[in-house]
Design a binder for this molecule. Sequence first.
Ligand code: ADP
Ligand code: MG
Length: 345
Amino acid sequence: MTRQRIVTAAAEPAEDQWQQQLRPQRMADMIGQKQVAARLQIAIRAAQKRGEPLGHVLFDGPPGLGKTTFATVIPNELGVPLQIASGALLTAPRDLMPYLTNAETGSVLFIDEIHRMSKAVEEFLYPAMEDFRIDILLGEGINARTINMQLKRFTLIGATTRPGLISGPLRDRFQIREHLDFYTDDEMTELVLRNAKKLHVEITPDAAREIAVRSRGTPRVANNHLRWVRDYATSETRDGRITRQVACDALEMKHVDRRGLDEQDRRYLQVLQEVFGGGPAGVEAIAHTMNTSPDTLEDDVEPYLLRLGFVVRTPRGRKLTAEALDHLGLSHQGRFGSKGQRPLF
Ligand SMILES: Nc1ncnc2c1ncn2[C@@H]1O[C@H](COP(=O)(O)OP(=O)(O)O)[C@@H](O)[C@H]1O
Ligand SMILES: [Mg+2]
């Protein structure tokens, strides 16, 4: 069995307990991302055969696609301890120090949101990643001196939603770099069916597919939908069974439409159309109008809209496409149709 031990768990929102309960523990239990999993398996086996630590791994991709899941599955496969740190909390080298000095030979240190750690921490990490050593500055002024400290040979796993914010020198120090993409409808259906089974919820295959296609190719979204639909079925039906109609009714009550867009997504499209005449508009301006942060839009909203082809990025900003207008039931002239003209769902 594995000897996994979570030394320091990053503070996660309560919602994530549900996600963690459904999180696969082994590579074989993971759905989709087949090529990524296959490449990682080879690297893991090779490292084990050589008796060496796995090379450093960097995952990038939109939220909810399995970066943290891979980062927890890898040490399970290796049978080594895991430490978890959050990039946002690493502001000075001393914040990172305990993780590095605690790291056992072959163990994994996972830094989530690695793009958010400070430049000072990043530079402190370079020799740790490369030579398993850190340079500690002691004293000040003319008395200042640097001492070298040797670390155990560990594996760093980094995850980021923003690969563009990772500097070249940091990226180059990861031997394995993997991008996670949205899941197919078939993969999402498999995930919903499997998780319903784990939860002992009865669900029809067409209901699973309905939840799947409304989950924006994102396992985390599918799991959240499944929880809501299960609650809805328990409360509103006699037998608690999830049929396609139950799934549709439950998700429509949450204003999740047929393509998986929620109110925030539709508001983004509407603002882009109504306020900015379809664009091009900068993400800061759109965020300001929506009273949200550009980070939220770039992380949570835009990737799927880009993927659907509802929005395109141009050098001058975001632009709405005809497909988005069709989906929203808006006219192509840049004006809203009267409400109720075309169904949103
Ligand atoms: N490949 C997968 N197979 C099955 N479930 C997955 C997979 N990827 C993610 N999940 C589920 O989705 C949830 C969110 O994934 P997570 O790894 O936390 O995403 P990220 O770290 O990329 O934001 C997990 O808790 C897990 O239940
Ligand atoms: Mg994560």
